[in-house]
Write a protein of this length. Structure first.
Length: 767
């Protein structure tokens, strides 16, 4: 029955697209029409309403622009920027019909996406995860707790990637900055509808997106609304082998454990964002709403040889809800002296409501129920003022002030077999953070061959709160002064070659969760007794200090006449006050014996460096008689080393040795069809976390393909397939510790998570 529904849905999409296409077929099917170019959109945003067509409700039929204009616009924007910036427009965003931002971003230069193939995951520039990459939404730092998986690609207008920080965008970007520009700001008429469905492991994932823009009596408004349902399997198997290393004999296995997890999750998402603008120089309102609901069911069986079996069967039902509402305002005014004043305000509130009920049975303790509930709300307000002035058409001076306040309220409770081991930490928890920043920068066009960008930013953050009832108040203060220098040299203006150099100081501040965190008890050892180093509890550390980094970036860029690009970038980062999770035996309030607890600690310094290569061009630029194929490739070679840790593989966490992307687009000459393909490779690697602990990650291959059939300028059908190789995602690690009798042991773990292909069909209509 489900398969019949899928066939009916896909058939309906095809018939509807064919019907619309028959009403308005292009005269020359060999020249497929394309979506409006980024140049059209940029021009529409910059032109006042009076400059638009007198009747926006009836747009001209010949307003389509060729793809070449779009490519040149993005290349020119990148080339003319003094600070290095990569621009990704709608064509690249739409190419593979991705269902998540993680899957989209993994193909971009220098970005690694963690997690199993086909599932996206948090993006990490230069392979640096855990907060090294700054995420911004419409030029504002993303609110706490926000994940890029909470926004759909259909809502994104373009993506800006900045490899080095500037005073205006902020210095909390050791690896770089990803700025997500949401759709909106159009002055001309727009009314687009997208209907789609995905299929993974026999489960459907329908979705829809609608965008509308128009101008009414001087008011330009834009609205984008998206909804999606996802149903996915999350099966996994885990094996652990514990060996005794007691001399004089060889290692002997004393315990072996295998856990098989069968898990299923359902997710419903609703996203909406809008923009209301009065005139080209006035007030702008930008509301945004994100809602998601996740329901999960999992069942795990545990088998073990040797030792005490904690449980044989564990069944969990979870329910998680997230909502974020944000209202942004922007007011700008052109002053008499030619300067420009911009005032921005953002007020947002995010809420999480999580519940999970687990029943463990069959072990040494018999049936053991666990009920957990938590609720959290973050209220964030930030305000900024920016003053900019152009002096003699050579100096672009910008200065600004930023203020931000965040208030977090959290409540939690956990009952295990009717008992509450974290009673002292349950109840209401309150924490707040305050941030103030001052900056000034000058972008100077010295002459046609030279341009420089210098900035200075001072930022201070104060965090205070408590981890639970009777735990007292803890606080953390930090302040950082960051000078930032960028320069670009264009030796030959006709050839459009240029060399970039950046010298920057950046930092990574610890967030509320790492500073003030309610303890978590490991489910393998839920009672008030001892646990093991392999299964530690978790807690926060209010004494963390921010990481400070000194960075150098050098790049060579060669721009091709047809809009292509060849570039090479070398970077180095020296990081001090490195933060890393460390496990130690502690006397804790939630147990009668000392427990192993994992907390973030400042452990010393590290250095990371790499080479980033990028190429994109039309094959005909090299071989004029070749087919109409566009080629894209990027490769990163990465390395890092912790100076405070000896031995091999003492790299920064989650950083592989590199990443590789190879992609191609082919436009058929006799059909209105475009084919695209991309292969992504991340090699496996091992990371030494401490002298007695190492983790490893298997290699990852992801093959994606898509086809775009253009029925008419108003209708097109996009078919895509991601993760066609469907390789298992493997990881593991080793840990050296001691038994209760003092003899050394070694525990080795291996996790295997299967993956499956994901198929997508999306009908894109211009109404």
């Amino acid at each position: 029955m489900l398969r019949n529904h899928h066939r009916f849905f896909f058939g309906l999409l095809t018939v509807l697209a064919a019907h619309l296409g028959a009403q308005e077929m292009p005269q020359n099917p060999g020249m497929p029409a394309v979506a409006e170019s980024a140049q059209d959109k940029a021009g529409a945003q910059s032109r006042p309403p009076s400059a638009q067509a007198p009747d926006p409700a009836r747009p001209p039929q010949n307003a389509l622009k060729p793809v070449e204009i779009r490519a040149n616009l993005e290349s020119d924007t990148r080339r003319l920027s003094t600070a290095a910036k990569i621009i990704v427009g709608r064509e690249e965003i739409e190419r593979y019909g991705d269902s998540s931002m993680g899957e989209l971003l993994k193909r971009l230069p220098g970005i690694v996406s963690s997690g199993r193939p086909g599932r996206g995951g948090p993006p990490a520039m230069r392979g640096l995860g855990n907060g090294y990459t700054q995420i911004m939404i419409d030029g504002e730092r993303a609110p706490r707790g926000f994940s890029l998986e909470d926004i759909l690609p259909e809502q994104v207008e373009r993506i800006e990637i900045m490899r080095a920080p500037t005073a205006e965008t902020g210095a909390r970007a050791i690896a770089g900055t990803i700025n997500i520009i949401t759709r909106g700001g159009y002055v001309k008429y727009l009314n687009n509808l997208q209907l789609g469905a995905g299929l993974e492991s026999g489960k459907a994932a329908p979705g829809a997106s609608w965008s509308r823009s128009d101008t009414v009596d001087g008011l330009a408004y834009s609205l984008t609304l998206s909804a999606m349902h996802m149903d996915r399997g999350n099966d996994e198997s885990k094996t652990t082998s514990t060996e005794s290393l007691a001399p004089p004999g060889p290692p002997t296995v004393v315990q072996s454990t295998q856990e098989v997890v069968r898990a299923q999750s359902k997710r419903d998402m609703l996203h909406a964002n809008g923009r209301l603008q009065w005139g080209s120089d006035g007030l702008v309102l930008m509301p945004m709403l994100i809602m998601s609901h996740n329901q999960g069911q999992s069942s795990s069986t545990l088998s073990q040889s040797g030792g005490t079996l904690p449980y044989a069967l564990s069944e969990t039902a979870s329910d998680n809800r997230f909502a974020m509402l944000r209202l942004g305002t922007s007011w700008s005014r052109r002053l008499d002296d030619g300067a420009r004043l911009v005032l921005n305000n953002n007020l947002g509130r995010s809420t999480w409501n999580n519940s999970a009920n687990t029943l463990q049975s069959g072990g040494s303790k018999g049936a053991l129920p666990l009920a957990q509930e938590s609720a959290q709300s973050d209220t964030t307000w930030n305000s900024s003022g920016k003053y900019s002035l152009l002096i003699a058409e050579a100096h672009s001076l910008v200065s600004g002030l930023e203020l931000e306040m965040n208030q977090r309220e959290q409540s939690a409770s956990s009952l295990r077999d009717g008992q509450n081991p974290l009673a002292d930490f349950d109840g209401d928890v309150s924490a707040s953070s305050r941030r103030v920043a001052l900056y000034a920068q000058d972008e100077w066009d010295i002459n046609p061959h030279w341009a420089a960008h210098a900035g200075l930013r001072w930022e201070a953050i104060n965090i205070s709160g408590s981890a639970g009832q009777g735990q007292g108040t803890v606080s953390n203060q930090s302040a950082v002064l960051t000078p930032l220098l960028h320069a670009v040299w264009r030796p030959d203006l006709a050839a459009k070659d240029q060399i970039r150099v950046s010298l920057t100081r950046s930092y990574r501040s610890p967030d509320l969760g790492r500073l003030i965190a309610r303890p978590t008890i490991n489910p393998f050892f839920p009672d008030r007794g001892a646990n093991s180093a392999l299964h530690p509890d978790g807690a926060g550390n209010p004494n963390l200090q921010p990481e400070l980094a000194l960075g150098i970036d050098t790049a060579y860029e060669h721009y091709l006449p047809g809009g292509g690009l060849l570039s090479a970038n070398v970077f180095v980062r020296q990081i001090d006050n490195l933060m890393r999770a460390q496990t130690a035996l502690e006397a804790v309030a939630w147990a009668d014996e000392r427990r192993w607890v994992s907390r973030m600690q400042n452990v010393g310094s590290a250095i990371t460096s790499g080479l980033e290569l990028e190429a994109k061009f039309r094959l005909r630029e090299i071989y004029p008689e070749s087919p109409a194929v566009d080629l894209r490739a990027n490769m990163s070679l990465l390395q890092s080393r912790l100076t405070s840790l000896s031995g091999p593989n003492n790299r920064l966490e989650q950083q592989p040795d590199g990443t590789l992307n190879l992609g191609a687009d082919y436009r058929l000459t006799d059909l209105p069809l475009r084919l695209s393909g991309n292969i992504n490779w991340t090699p496996g690697y091992a990371t030494r976390l401490a002298d007695d602990q190492e983790v490893w990650q298997g290699d990852k291959w992801v093959l994606d393909a898509s086809a775009l059939w253009i029925f008419s300028p108003r209708a097109q059908l996009r078919l895509s397939a991601s993760n066609l190789l469907a390789r298992d995602y493997q990881s593991g690690g080793t840990l050296l510790s001691t038994q209760s009798n003092g003899l050394p042991i070694r525990s080795t773990t291996q996790n295997t998570a299967p993956s499956t292909p994901n198929l997508q069909a999306r009908l894109e209509l211009k109404l």
